[in-house]
Design a protein around this ligand. Structure first.
Ligand code: NAD
Length: 494
């Protein structure tokens, strides 16, 4: 069986505590996973601190770091098939989703390398500088030791989004993967070692809430980057206050999908299904609230209910599968409980609503694609489910759609569907959310920022904003007054 060890100071180590992870599709053992002790976690942070102050890492220029990022990208592509198979077994990701994850992670490292080559770490601000008085510079410097925590839904991509900017900025890190899906972050550790990232720059461990909490408490950690639920994000923000750690939070969502009455229905129907069903609905940016203008609501609803029957739920190893199981029994039970609550609250079930208990799928945690017609009072209109369940609400007009879309503690993503790009853009601008697609969904561009408004997070990943989140800015003032009598302000104390 594969062993997932701790990656600390450039070496793979075992620990006293371990468990066997299971394939969500059939319950079979996937890997023996080692959990770090508190001493191991301290060791990982010490190693990150030592690497941060090492001559090798501090002295490495940005172009060389960009080369490392590019090599990671190449290695990910080289080891694509192996990584895909492991991700499918470890997380229940459908084959097509796992392939897309590897391609996205590789592309992210590559784009980041290009961005780094162009990034000016030292900028003279001509508007602030005055000849004969001062020259003023902005100098961007790495924040220092980071602690990064990721969720189980996109294990490789989340690890890439975290580790990429650490290397780009010249920081160091201890990354904790989710113990539900620790395998591919560990492969990334092998790649990082193999391409020659110095020992200690990236340390990768796994574990649950206890290990996460312990890691974040370490006073050597200057920046915390967390992706996960809003509930845990709140606790992490409180904790970060203790040592005034810099903080990035990528949290939950309840994103709105707005179908205007002039939408191309063949695109919008498939788009609305793709928006909430990709990876069994376990995507933070899923479009889980659907608003449709009344004028087209009956025909849209009919088309949606008809088309959803074509969605292919199946074994994740089958190349034809659209989506597979959810990550574990706990998650399946949570989704089924939301379905029961919605029925009790009087939500109208339009499709699905059950666990799949037939054939090979009976061995895993598979849930039918589920459609409910609801009002804003229903629990599933407001709470993130993280499963294949859609809340549909008809709206009178676009004003009502905007008002209801913004009626949420979340603000991660969303979409507008219309043949009139200007109209859709005007609606998009009024949505309080970090990403809006027009006639599209889920697609991300590594050169553009991603993150949430409101309780969906703090800060951005990717794009220039994502790199700057790992940099401090120093104002460097160089005096251009070359004689004592040109500095009358010194006289203030004499
Ligand atoms: P979670 O919050 O339960 O756990 C996330 C990570 O935090 C895991 O590694 C977990 O072990 C760790 N953790 C849990 N409690 C902790 C604590 N008290 N202190 C420190 N670490 C702790 O989330 P999850 O169930 O793994 O993932 C699903 C959630 O992640 C959803 O809410 C989803 O929307 C969100 N998510 C957000 C984004 C984004 O970019 N905004 C991306 C993916 C997932």
């Amino acid at each position: 069986m594969k062993e997932i060890k701790l990656f600390i100071d450039g070496e793979f180590r075992t620990s006293d505590k371990s468990f066997v992870s299971e394939n969500p599709a059939n319950g079979e053992a996937v890997a023996k996973v080692y959990i770090p002790s508190e001493k191991d976690i301290d060791l990982a942070v010490d190693s990150a601190e030592k690497a941060f102050y090492s001559k090798e890492w501090r002295g490495m220029d940005a172009l060389k770091r960009a080369e490392l990022l590019e090599k990671i990208s190449d290695k990910l592509k080289e080891r694509r098939n192996e990584i895909v198979d492991l991700e499918v077994a470890d997380s229940g990701s459908a084959l097509r989703k796992a392939k897309a994850d590897v391609a996205n992670a590789a592309s992210y490292f590559k784009v980041l390398a290009g961005q780094l080559r162009k990034f000016a770490f030292e900028v003279k601000d001509e508007s602030a500088s005055r000849p004969g008085f001062s020259a003023n510079y902005k100098i961007y410097e790495p924040v220092g030791v980071c602690a990064q925590i990721i969720p189980w839904n996109f294990p490789l991509v989340m690890a890439a989004w975290k580790i990429g900017p650490v290397i780009a900025a010249g920081c160091t890190t201890v990354l904790k993967s989710a113990q539900e899906t620790p395998v591919t972050a560990s492969i990334l550790a092998e790649i990082i070692r193999d391409v020659g990232v110095p020992a200690g720059v990236v340390n990768i461990i796994t574990g649950g809430a206890h290990e996460g909490q312990y890691l974040l408490k370490n006073s050597k950690v200057r920046k915390v980057a967390f992706t996960g639920s809003t509930e845990v994000g709140r606790k992490i923000m409180e904790g970060a206050g203790r040592n005034l750690q810099r903080l990035s939070l990528e949290l939950g969502g309840k994103s709105a999908n707005i179908v205007l009455d002039d939408a191309d229905l063949s695109i919008a129907v498939d788009g609305a299904l793709y928006a909430f069903l990709y990876h069994s609905g376990q995507a933070c940016d899923s479009g889980t609230r659907l608003f449709v203008e009344e004028k087209i609501y009956p025909s849209f609803k009919d088309a949606l209910v008809k088309r959803i029957a074509d969605v292919k739920v199946g074994l994740p190893t089958d190349p034809g599968t659209g989506y597979g199981p959810v990550v574990n029994k706990k998650q399946a039970d949570r989704i089924l409980a939301y379905i029961e609550t919605t029925k009790k609250e009087g939500g109208k079930l339009l499709f699905g609503g059950n666990k799949i208990t037939t054939g090979e799928m009976a061995k895993g945690h598979y849930i039918e694609p589920t459609l409910f017609e609801v009002t804003p009072d229903h629990t599933i209109f407001n709470e993130e489910i993280f499963g294949p369940v859609l809340a549909i609400t008809p709206v009178k007009n676009e004003d009502e759609a905007i008002r209801l879309a913004n009626k949420s503690i979340y603000g991660l993503a969303g979409a507008v569907w219309s043949k009139n790009a200007e109209r859709a853009k005007n609606v998009a601008k009024l949505l309080e959310t970090g990403t809006v697609w027009i006639n599209e969904y889920h697609l991300l561009n590594p050169g553009m920022p991603f993150g949430g408004y409101k309780q969906s997070g703090l800060g951005r990943e990717m794009g220039e904003e994502g790199l700057k989140a790992y940099l401090e800015v120093k104002h460097l003032w160089v005096s251009d007054c070359d004689a004592r009598d040109k500095k009358p302000w010194f006289d203030a104390i004499f």
